[in-house]
Design a protein around this ligand. Structure first.
Ligand code: ADP
Ligand code: MG
Length: 287
């Protein structure tokens, strides 16, 4: 392997917006045979919007007030939805984010919970009778969340994120390069499958807690595969670090970029198969 050809390869990549941290990462990219992609913000645009809400105005007000304290894209969607409707938000006395589950806020001395089924059952709130409603929304690729106030169910809010236009093409190109393509998400199984279907991914790992993402990468490595992880969020950083190649994409948080070996500028998914092609072309020329 001549250092010059590696430099030419990384230079060519950089011109397209693919930044390899070092030449050894280009060589390792050439050896990949599996690639794991985070869903929100990587496969999807990461700009979700509220599509459905069941509940009264007071519930909507409490829901959005509670979400104001969260930095999650789901929370931003809910807050934006109420801003459009001129709803004045209430003061929040206390707030907790529960990663992978949802949020809890104290408003007017009442506990407001927003999140998934697991969050509700953890708090002793039975939501089984709403399961059919939730499943219907999820089959449409939406993320459905339950709202409870003072321990009582008050409504469902659903949020949808659209896939990036080039996602199906980029995924097809990765599969054509012989890579096994896997989607990894904290979202529920039905929503994950619906999005996976839209982009042509057959392999889905869903309902993964943020702290479990790295373990899922390790498990794939144990099967003998060389794995790349693509992600954008703070949650993805440990998985990016443990992967054989960590790829930070898009507006990528500082933490994600630091943990990654490769940064893709601008969130363009087509640059991922391009990076792989460049690695093959460079290494083959060397041999
Ligand atoms: P992803 O992998 O898609 O980024 P997360 O691990 O961040 O997913 O979240 C997993 C699930 O936890 C969400 O699908 C949602 O049900 C729930 N959740 C997370 N954050 C919030 C929030 N701010 N409000 C309501 N629910 C949330
Ligand atoms: Mg995410």
């Amino acid at each position: 392997a001549t250092p010059t050809s590696i430099m030419v390869g990384t230079g060519k990549a950089a011109e397209s917006g693919i930044l390899f941290k070092g030449g050894e990462h280009l060589e390792r990219t050439h050896q990949l045979n599996a690639i794991v992609l985070d869903k929100t913000g990587t496969i999807t645009k990461g700009k979700p919007e509220v599509t459905d809400f069941t509940g009264d105005i007071e519930t909507l007000k409490l829901l959005a007030s509670a979400e104001k304290g969260s930095e999650h894209p789901l929370a931003e969607a809910i807050v934006a939805y109420t801003t459009e409707q001129d709803i004045t938000l209430a003061d929040v006395e206390d707030f907790d984010a529960i990663p992978g589950y949802g949020i809890r806020a104290l408003i007017n001395s009442e506990n407001v919970l927003v999140g998934n089924r697991k969050l509700m059952s953890q708090n002793g709130i039975d939501t089984n009778i709403f399961d059919e409603d939730l499943s219907k929304l999820e089959t449409e690729g939406k993320t459905a969340m339950l709202v409870a106030v003072g321990g009582v169910f008050k409504g469902i809010v659903a949020v949808a994120d659209t896939i990036k236009e080039n996602a199906p093409e980029a995924i097809k190109m990765l599969q054509d390069e012989g890579l096994e393509v896997i989607m990894l998400t904290g979202d529920n199984e039905r929503t994950a499958q619906a999005i996976a279907k839209q982009v042509g991914i057959h392999n889905v790992i869903s309902e993964v807690l943020p702290e479990e993402k790295a373990d899922k990468i390790k498990a794939i490595q144990k099967t003998g595969k060389k794995v790349a992880m693509v992600g954008d969020g703070v949650n993805d950083a440990p998985a990016l670090a443990i992967a054989d190649i960590g790829i930070a994409i898009g507006t990528g948080t500082e933490v994600a970029i630091e943990a990654a070996d490769v940064t893709i500028l601008g969130g363009e998914l087509l640059l991922i198969p391009k990076a792989i092609k460049i690695s093959h072309a460079t290494i083959k020329n060397i041999k």
